[in-house]
Write a protein that binds this ligand. Sequence first.
Ligand code: KG4
Ligand code: ZN
Length: 345
Amino acid sequence: EKCPVILGIETSCDETAAAVVARDEAGAPTILSNVVYSQIDDHAAFGGVVPEISARAHAEALDGIVTAALDEAGVTLSEVSAVAATAGPGLIGGLIVGSVMAKAIAHARGIPFLAVNHLEGHALTPRLTDGLAYPYLMLLVSGGHTQILLVRGLGDYERWGTTIDDALGEAFDKTAKLLGLGHPGGPMVERAAEDGDPKRFSFPRPMLREARLDFSFSGLKTSVRQAAEKNAPVSRQDVSDLAASFQAACADTIADRMDRAFARFRDMLPEIAAPTIAVAGGVAANQTIRHALETAARDAGFTLVAPPFRLCTDNGAMIAYAGLERFEAKMSDPLDTPVRSRWPL
Ligand code: KG4
Ligand code: ZN
């Protein structure tokens, strides 16, 4: 039987992305191409992603991005075994653009269409990059999601924790905005924090010592605003101290929640010899957060797997790979499958 070749399309937020992923003869997944067009510049003037602008940008860019992904991979549409597209969760306009494109190709070529959950794409990425075996723990920290997942198998995910208000990346973005640091906020806050004092402000560590694995970041953001107002007009040093103290609170919260997750994973699966935690999402780039995670994992005897940054953030390869696993499991989705702005794993 010939090796499957999957085209994957991702348009759920502000990246227009397409990729080709195949299973090689030795059984390893290979990324033949991974093309990402970031809309960040289109939204910069607005301080955040504007849904209508995003949908239009996807519609304009996607055709060229898909062609580029096929060209770079050196494959023609007639060699593609199936087409996968993100069908949710995300911004509805972009989701429609991506899935309509995938359905049209699938229909024209007579090949399967696969409606992929964006979170499944993130969750399976460590299998694409590191060949991780099921089961493993996953921490997803992006602009839209903050989740602790138990990845048991394909389509078999347990959400152990989620945010009850803002996502962690969103908290970074909002904090950056209120400190006047620009968009996207994460890297700006991290840079400002470099010469800041993380102990100057003692911001709340929400739900510390609670048994549940959920997160809350909106109170933290409010505390940063209040501290900034109290110290107005804020100097550059004040901004750095606020950023550093905010980041420290985030890192402590992540470490606390992961500690609990590690303990729960161990209790559940005493036979697992090499417990693993994988991380994904844009916030995983943050050195302070990553360091806290590394330390917590090491102390608990877990191995941390962190895929390369361009595969941690939104991309088409993760959707193509999730499509590959689904295709190999003989799954496919009808062409009238709807997109869903909300779609829990
Ligand atoms: O995974 P991602 O690229 O897109 C999705 O949201 O799906 O994540 C983007 C988020 C943004 O909120 C951005 O501010 C945050 O990741 N981010 C960071 C850093 N780099 C990106 N947050 C903290 N520190 C960073 N270095
Ligand atoms: Zn994402």
